[in-house]
Design a protein around this ligand. Structure first.
Ligand code: PLP
Length: 352
């Protein structure tokens, strides 16, 4: 099947909304095309719908061609766009894993696309051998998450490569936490599915400025994909999905890779310190190694522990996802002071 065959019919024939502005940039022209207010408020003009300057900054940091980029109002918008561009509601299906990021399945349901949820094994890895049995002629999308939320483990890139060699649809690898696996170092790139893109045009990588870059409030998700898919995603994208303030602030932040890497290293150091402290907590039945900025533990009295922490002003995330994660608590790595406080509270808890 060629790429055309796995893009929805109505998207293939869609004529995208265009604004007259798209042909002009940065020239000394009189702008009377978009019904904007002519008085300069700093924000009276619509933002660049192609986010050209921001994409140049992202392309530089990620070491990819800007023609491979689509930016979203958070990755969540990109996940939704991917489902809408590739899956025909009521006919096609997509595959997700559990426990993983819940947004994929929600997007499938919202779009009326059958979502097949496969349980991860006891090591929180997909049962790769069982995957072909779940795929049929109408499977358009497989969502992988690596490092996986909420389990923190990375899924072997070799398995992704094997899947890409056999599967005809799109394989989306959500790497929201990959910078914590590589320590923010570009040299860590061999861990990332970005390294598969040249060879496998059906592989799509999602990253974000929300986690390692510390800009969750700005809402910038990054999709790195084959330029043919980029064209289709751009057709369905709301033209002004990244606002002017966000574009400006993100460009500024991306210029300072030094600070970014220092913070990532600090968070990784703290994650390892928390891991060692958690390993000594007698009421944790399991503490899982993590390549992200959180740690997953299992604790039979997870409800009581959660309530105790909340009562002391510390909010964590309960993950109750049978069959292998009935009693999960996910802890985001905080500042050293916040982590000290958490460790102290755990040391003081007497299990009911
Ligand atoms: C946090 C997270 C994201 C980021 O979503 P944004 O909309 O970009 O903030 C994406 N995927 C996973 C698995 C996440 O945990």
């Amino acid at each position: 099947m060629n790429a055309e065959g796995i893009i929805r019919e109505n998207i293939r024939s869609l004529v995208a909304y265009t604004s007259a502005r798209e042909e002009f940039s940065g020239q000394d022209v009189t702008l009377l095309d978009a019904n904007e207010n002519p008085y300069d408020t700093g924000y009276n003009r619509y933002p660049d719908p192609f986010q050209r300057e921001l994409k140049r900054a992202v392309a530089r940091v990620k070491r990819v061609d800007a023609a491979r980029l689509v930016l979203g109002n958070g990755s969540d918008e990109l996940i939704d766009m991917l489902v809408r561009v590739t899956c025909e509601p009521g006919r096609d299906n997509m595959i997700v894993f559990s426990p993983s990021y819940a947004m994929y399945e929600v997007c499938g349901h919202v779009n009326g696309v059958e979502t097949r949820s496969l349980d991860l094994d006891a090591n929180f890895e997909p049962r790769w051998d069982a995957l072909p049995g779940a795929i049929d002629g109408h499977t358009r999308l497989v969502f992988l998450c690596s490092p996986n939320n909420p389990t923190g483990n990375r899924w072997p890139l070799e398995r992704v490569r094997e899947l890409a060699g056999r599967f005809d649809g799109w394989i989306v690898v959500d790497e929201a936490y990959m910078d914590f696996a590589t320590g923010g170092e570009p040299s860590g790139d061999p861990l990332s599915a970005v390294s598969l893109l040249e060879e496998y045009p059906r592989v799509v990588v999602l990253q974000t400025l929300s986690k390692a870059w510390g800009m969750a409030g700005l809402r910038v998700g990054i999709c790195i994909a084959d330029p043919a898919l980029v064209t289709y995603l751009n057709r369905v994208k709301p033209p002004y999905n990244i606002n002017s303030l966000t574009q400006r602030a993100a460009i500024e932040a991306l210029a300072d890779e030094e600070t970014f890497r220092r913070r990532v290293r600090e968070i990784v150091r703290e994650r390892e310190r928390l891991y060692r402290a958690f390993a000594r907590v007698p009421f944790f039945e399991a503490v899982y190694p993590s390549e992200a900025n959180f740690l997953l533990t299992r604790c039979a009295a997870y409800r009581e522990l959660y309530d105790y922490l909340v009562a002391n002003g510390v909010i964590v995330r309960v993950r109750h996802v049978p069959p292998f994660l009935e009693d999960g608590l996910r802890f985001t790595v905080g500042t050293p002071g916040e982590n000290d406080r958490l460790i102290q509270l755990l040391e003081q808890w007497t299990r009911p």
